[in-house]
Design a protein around this ligand. Sequence first.
Ligand SMILES: NC(=O)c1ccc[n+]([C@@H]2O[C@H](COP(=O)([O-])OP(=O)(O)OC[C@H]3O[C@@H](n4cnc5c(N)ncnc54)[C@H](O)[C@@H]3O)[C@@H](O)[C@H]2O)c1
Length: 448
Amino acid sequence: MNIVIIGTGYVGLVSGVCYAEMGHNVVCVDHDANKIDSLNLGESTIFEPGLNEMMSRNVRSGRLSFSTKTIESVRNAEIVFIAVGTPPLPSGQANLNYVFKAAENIGESLSKYTIVAVKSTVPVGSNDVVEQIISSKFSGDFCVVSLPEFLREGSAIEDTFHPDRIIIGIDNNDERTKEQLKNFYAPLNVPMVFTDRKSSEMIKYASNAFLATKISFINEIANICEKLGANVEEVAYGMGLDNRIGMSFLKAGIGYGGSCFPKDTEALIQIAGNVEHEFKLLRSVVEVNQYQRMKILTKLKNSLGSLEGKEIGIWGLSFKPGTDDIRETPAIEIIDRILDHGGLVKVYDPIAMDNFKKVMDRPNIKWCSSSLRASENCDALCVITEWPEFKYIDLMKLKSIMRRPIIIDGRNIYSDHEIKEAGFDYFPVGKKASRTSGDIFHIQGGEI
Ligand SMILES: NC(=O)c1ccc[n+]([C@@H]2O[C@H](COP(=O)([O-])OP(=O)(O)OC[C@H]3O[C@@H](n4cnc5c(N)ncnc54)[C@H](O)[C@@H]3O)[C@@H](O)[C@H]2O)c1
């Protein structure tokens, strides 16, 4: 099929590359000319494992191309996917300007029956507006479908080829569109759920809100475990074996970040508020997440006393491993607070340093070329992102280069055994802290 993707960011680029790999002719469109220039030079604009090779292969085969020209590209398409951003407005509501602009551009370009499939995460009812915008520009036949995206950065290719399900929201029982989409996704051999557009839009928000709830729930359990001397990892394992609960999203840490959970939870609170329903549970989920980020600072302060003049190593900047995405990463707020309290930070991330430099322009940050460099002479080290290379570091060597052997582990990457053997003062999440000497630190409850 001839496929066009409007918006060539994390979702659009990965989807475009994967659809070309499935044998379709794909044009990825973006209004950012610099992005399209880089892609045309063969340089991927995002880090995603396996993406570069697959992209080059499909460009060489002639199935994949990149363009800034919506009208030319859309004219021959059978399916046009909208994958533009829906970032949060200051109120928390999703900004739909990009989606509506894309709809306008598509309306101006259509010349024959075409499916317009909206992958962008949009509030319930938005696709009705997309339909109105297109029909104000094009009087022929077309069908707007809600096709929410569930890929995860870091495993986006795997998720595109092997999703748990594909949700397709179509109104008016449009059989022709249904058949075409069934054919398009048939090679993936996964469950397809056909529903109405509004329910489809809600499935996306409800799924993300539920996953965020699981994370905040286990983080609250972790906070109680810390006080009672229980071990949240044992608790999560014991809970997860229950099929009704499941193992996933029960890893305690410093809370969720990224481009989806924070904005989608806020947006769902707004969506509910718009119909005069106060989503109390989700408000608490967001509040717990905010508190969880700050706990790493409480632990720092409790272990070091004042942060004034202290050197703090920061391992990991992206919101999770496997991506260079730093949108809503906890690292931003944590580093900001350390600097506000007079600390100096040394940071390292294997992939996300360049992106992070663009948003964090403050003095007293030293950008380091390796994890060991970022720990040299440090008074404490904070693990923010669980990149595998941090887990497999030589702990003895690490201890020998730090000024004080203190690790605040926001991701529980080390076992108690290895930490004890290496002789660190160690502050994990939801487990007992271990100290080489009980006398050095005065541990108390206060918050920074
Ligand atoms: N990133 C994820 O992991 C993920 C997962 C599932 C769903 N989503 C949703 O998918 C959507 C896209 O997310 P993303 O992370 O890929 O965003 P992104 O910011 O990485 O990419 C969006 C792209 O759209 C382009 N764009 C905006 N308006 C345009 C227009 N009118 N014409 C052409 N290009 C235009 C931008 O230049 C940008 O390159 C969002 O609604 C998001 O919530 C994202």
